[in-house]
Design a binder for this molecule. Sequence first.
Ligand code: WT7
Length: 652
Amino acid sequence: MKEIYYPSRELSRQARIKNMCEYNDLMEWAKEDYEGFWDHWAKEKLEWIEPYGKVLDESNAPFYKWFVGGKLNITEQCIDRHIDKRKNKAAIIFEGDRGDKQIITYLELYRNVNRFANLLRNEFGVKKGDRVVLYMPMIPEAAYAMLACARIGAIHSVVFGGFSAEALRDRIIDAQAKVVITADGAYRKGAPYMLKPTVDTALEEGCDSVEKVLVVQRNNEDVVWIGGRDYSYNELIENQPDVCEPEVMDSEDPLFLLYTSGSTGKPKGVQHSQAGYILWAQMTMEWVFDVKENDTFWCTADIGWITGHTYIVYGPLAAGATTVMFEGVPTYPDAGRAWKMVEEYKINQFYTAPTAIRVLHKLGEHEPEKYDLSSLRILGTVGEPIDPPAWKWYYDVVGGGRCSIVDTWWQTETGGHMISPLPGATPVKPACATFPLPGIMAEVLERDGTPVATGEQGLLCITKPWPSMIRTIWGDPERFKKSYFGDVVKDGKAVYFSGDGAVVDEDGYITIIGRVDDVINVSGHRLGTAEIESAIKKHPHVAEVAVVGKPDPIKGESIFAYIVLKDDVADSLGEEVELSKEINDVIAREIGNIAKADAIVVVPGLPKTRSGKTMRRILRAIAKGEPITQDISTLEDPSIVEKIEEAVRCAG
Ligand code: WT7
């Protein structure tokens, strides 16, 4: 039996959901009257310009609609409505890589976002429904840009700054973006780095939809300016009026696209809506992070990921909280940087990924003890399974045994948390996401929709639509249906399957195992094997390739690539080291550094079935150094397995 950690009395007393009875009541309510439950919260939490009619429209499932016909602008939710009571409250606390600081109050945020919105609307002609791609560093202007788009009804698509020009180009083309917003560059580990040149390269081919590029001058390094296309934000923003009429948006109008990897094909543009998304962003801030008026909330993600969207920008601001935005990395200038910031800003909630926890643990086991971390109340983790030792260190050393740990399971597609402890209520088992949040019908099922037996691994599904769910894949509704509603049928109805495996224990606790599809999770970053493989195939010597994830003590998983060379080069090739470097250069060019392989092994062939399917399970076992338990007699050439094992042994 696992140990159980109970929330402190202190935390329970002040929390919004104070004990498991209250949790169960909420859950019962949702089960008995699902629409009534959501109707209540949508009325209580959101500012409507015009009320909605129907709460949930299931007539065209799985294209669900929430709060049908309602009108709102979510920037009013995030900014305008706070002006009355919080105009001088810090909305954003920004800390730069080199220690420079900025505090942006809600009134300043209002002005900055409105001016930015006016710039886009009046100078660039951006209209409701236009797509705007953001390729930005972690600076306040990135948040302004997102909110400015929302203000005028444009759909933003933030592309993580670590993605390559090719990856950026694919996303610009898929979204048919009209405008790209970027920065000259920013700072990392004390030195300037550049972003604008990557945008220039991306725009060299096929991006005809792009009319204008807006460049925030952050590091003032030299960049190329293309007349008539590139404009300086710093210059244009000067003359913009402080007030911009918000566009009246329908509940179901798209708010943003965020590209994420699937098991097949190119990245998918996950489309989120207005009302449902912002509702759940705010509610999870309140239920899971229990933000209070005077709290300072720090999520260390990058705005290029969903975590940054929901828990740096939209959630905290909708909740009227103070959100910290950090340009740098938590290990620079030393392993105490994050803890120093916690002390300095008296951070109350700290939210990060297990990889970061493992790195900080490794670099400075006792580092947190040098700082006053007594302000911390709630510690969050997200993005990948956390292992018990990392959890324990987080709990004991960072949290001083006082804080609740919320291990939040969710996805780009879910918009906000789905399964997580409630900090004042849930008795927690280490490294366990525990229970679905009130209103979320998460179940671990077999393919036929029956609940999986206790202790057995099953498919993690959400069996009812929820407000912040993905609405579709941009431009590809069929792929949306197939990717998420094509695997599990419960009571005759296709239900949302997450791609994750999970186990339910005898007390009903849900533990996430990880992806059961061909998606690899490296340091909490989601990468598709198909994407990496198609990048590697661009190397002229590569005939075939298969990529698998290998468990990694720090990164969770690392990328392991099996390569079959073309016949004519196989013998003549000298150093494999050179080849590995070249292949990683190709990956960096096609996707970005985050997708580089840790191991690249040349093999004589891949384990294929007679129908030509690569048996990745065998490759995963070999990468791990595990014995092969699968039946290999179905392989076209069973002897290949031994040859691959041999190649891996020699390479290792
Ligand atoms: C995948 C989603 C959602 C924020 C960041 C990642 C994995 C997420 C947990 C957790 C174990 C987790 C899952 C999921 N994941 N949170 N608490 N425990 N695994 O978003 O890039 O869409 O990736 O991250 O495998 O499917 P994402």
